[in-house]
Write a protein that binds this ligand. Structure first.
Ligand code: 5AD
Ligand code: SF4
Length: 479
């Protein structure tokens, strides 16, 4: 355990007083976005106010991603830019602290300071609650904290102020689970985020009640392997994710629920039943398969076959007929032959994904697949292109089927054009429509009139009288 300083000592040590400016930049996944918010919330009582640019910041935090080499390298080029800002500020007599957080911090530790000496603090994802103390120490010397502490960071991370929650929008992320025990052979997550830990139900409910009270209507429960959730329930026993979803649907104001990212092996009966029984649970599921070849799935240590994956999807679609499915794919995993890759293409056709992410395999230090025989880069590039074409075809077909249909949209914010709002369909597609700003936070039927490349366009399907009624009802509910 590192020595602790009283957090009030920070300004004494840095020679700064009054509000200090904090710039946080997130790379990578939604959990990093969530963590960045919680870091900013935890530093707010220390006098840090967020700023939109690093140029006038007193503290810069880069919340980093290590999942692929490109993501990790981005951090070092960003650090070069921030170092120049730090030097400039120093010439003006201003001290800027640079902190590297997230998975690169966890994976590389001291190495970051060796490569980028301008960095003052390296802090792993499990130590964010110690930030005020760590910053106080970093004012005097360089600090690295990549421990997995025994205390639960969520007990110490500050909740956001009500106005901050409102400003962040009507759709919010909540971490319910962290870490992963699956050890897919390509993946750094079990090393950077550690072993699976689920937050207790009562703490999640309290966080969600606060969010709902501030106007949040949609929740996305997040975790690296979210459907492995097994948090302690009020009865003392572990609750599966399906049961947690039922409980959160009861929180007044919460109208929509989503969760990500899931492992096919952990789609248990309670979760599948929740897709049938819970109207608030949106009919869209991100269920990564990574490859359509059993040989490659085995080499990836995915612990499921192609047929088992397809069977889970079929079961889910039996329970919820309008369920749209998305996935992650890796092309060019070590040993992937053209035949293996064709199996992936045929799985894309078999499942008919509404959308999907695809990546070239990127060897990660310390993972088993990094030591296997690699596929040439040119082959990866070519396969990625073919896969993306297949995915785009299915996505376009899925979107085209929405033309003329009417469904509910949760409006989130003003659109690009005057008078327009943008929201999300139940299937996560962005939907643009002319609508009054009072409908932000409202769920309103929209008829789709036009299909764009990445979003849908529509018109309100209800009379303006009805809109007035429903927004008045929302105002009365105090949402
Ligand atoms: N190379 C390429 N893609 C990867 N992913 C995880 N590790 C790697 C890697 N080493 C992809 C997987 C995962 C997503 C978040 O990132 O598809 O589901
Ligand atoms: Fe990584 Fe997901 Fe596999 Fe866990 S289940 S090791 S997070 S790819």
């Amino acid at each position: 355990m590192l020595p602790r300083l009283d957090s009030r000592d920070v300004s004494d040590l840095t020679g700064m007083s009054g509000p200090r400016k904090l710039y946080v930049k997130s790379f990578g996944c939604q959990m990093n976005v969530y963590d960045s918010h919680r870091m900013a919330d935890t530093l707010a009582p220390e006098g840090y106010v967020e700023t939109a640019t690093p140029d006038d910041a007193d503290l810069v935090i880069l919340n980093t991603c290590h999942i692929r080499e490109k993501a990790a390298e981005k951090v070092y080029s960003e650090l070069g830019r921030i170092r120049n800002i730090k030097q400039q500020a120093s010439q003006e007599g201003r001290r800027v602290l640079i902190a590297v957080a997230g998975c690169v911090a966890q994976a590389e530790g001291e190495e970051i300071i060796r490569r980028a000496p301008a960095v003052d603090l390296v802090v792993g994802p499990q130590s964010y609650h110690r930030l005020p103390d760590l910053l106080a120490q970093a004012a005097g010397r360089r600090v690295v904290d990549t421990e997995f502490p025994v205390e639960d960071k969520f007990d110490f991370l500050a909740p956001p102020a009500r106005e901050k929650t409102r400003a962040r929008g009507v759709s919010a992320f909540v971490t319910v689970q962290e870490g992963c025990d699956k050890f897919c052979t390509f993946c750094v997550v079990p090393y950077t985020r550690g072993t699976e830990v689920s937050r207790p139900v009562a703490k999640i409910v309290a966080e969600v009640e606060r969010l709902a009270e501030a106007g949040v209507r949609e929740l996305t429960l997040i975790g690296q392997n979210v459907n492995a959730y097994h948090g302690e329930g009020p009865d003392g026993g572990p609750w599966p994710l399906g049961r947690l979803l039922h409980r959160l649907a009861e929180v007044p104001g919460i109208a929509r629920l989503r969760y990500t990212t899931s492992h096919p092996r952990d789609m248990d009966t309670s979760l599948i039943a929740a897709h049938r029984d819970l109207p608030a649970l949106m009919p869209y599921l991100h269920l990564p398969v990574q490859s359509g070849s059993d040989r490659i799935l085995a080499a990836m240590n995915r612990r499921h076959t192609r047929a088992e994956y397809a069977a889970v999807v079929a079961k889910l679609r039996d329970t919820r007929h309008d369920l749209a499915v998305s996935s992650d794919f890796i092309v060019g995993f070590p040993g992937e032959s053209e035949e293996d890759f064709l199996e992936t293409l045929s799985l894309v056709d078999e499942i008919g994904y509404a959308s999907a992410f695809s990546f070239k395999y990127s060897p990660r230090p310390g993972t088993p697949a990094a030591a296997m025989e690699q596929v040439p880069e040119a082959v990866k590039v070519e396969r990625l292109h073919r896969l993306q074409q297949a995915i785009d075809r299915h996505q376009a077909a899925f979107n085209a089927r929405c033309l003329g249909k009417t469904f509910e949209v949760l409006f989130e914010k003003p659109g690009k054009r005057p008078g327009q709002l943008v929201g999300r369909s139940p299937w996560l597609q962005p939907v643009h429509a002319l609508a009054p700003a009072a409908l932000i936070g409202e769920i309103v039927p929209v008829t789709i009139t036009e299909i764009g490349s990445n979003s849908l366009f529509g018109t309100l399907a209800v009379s303006s009288r009805h809109n007035e009624d429903s927004s008045a009802a929302l105002a009365m509910a105090g949402a």
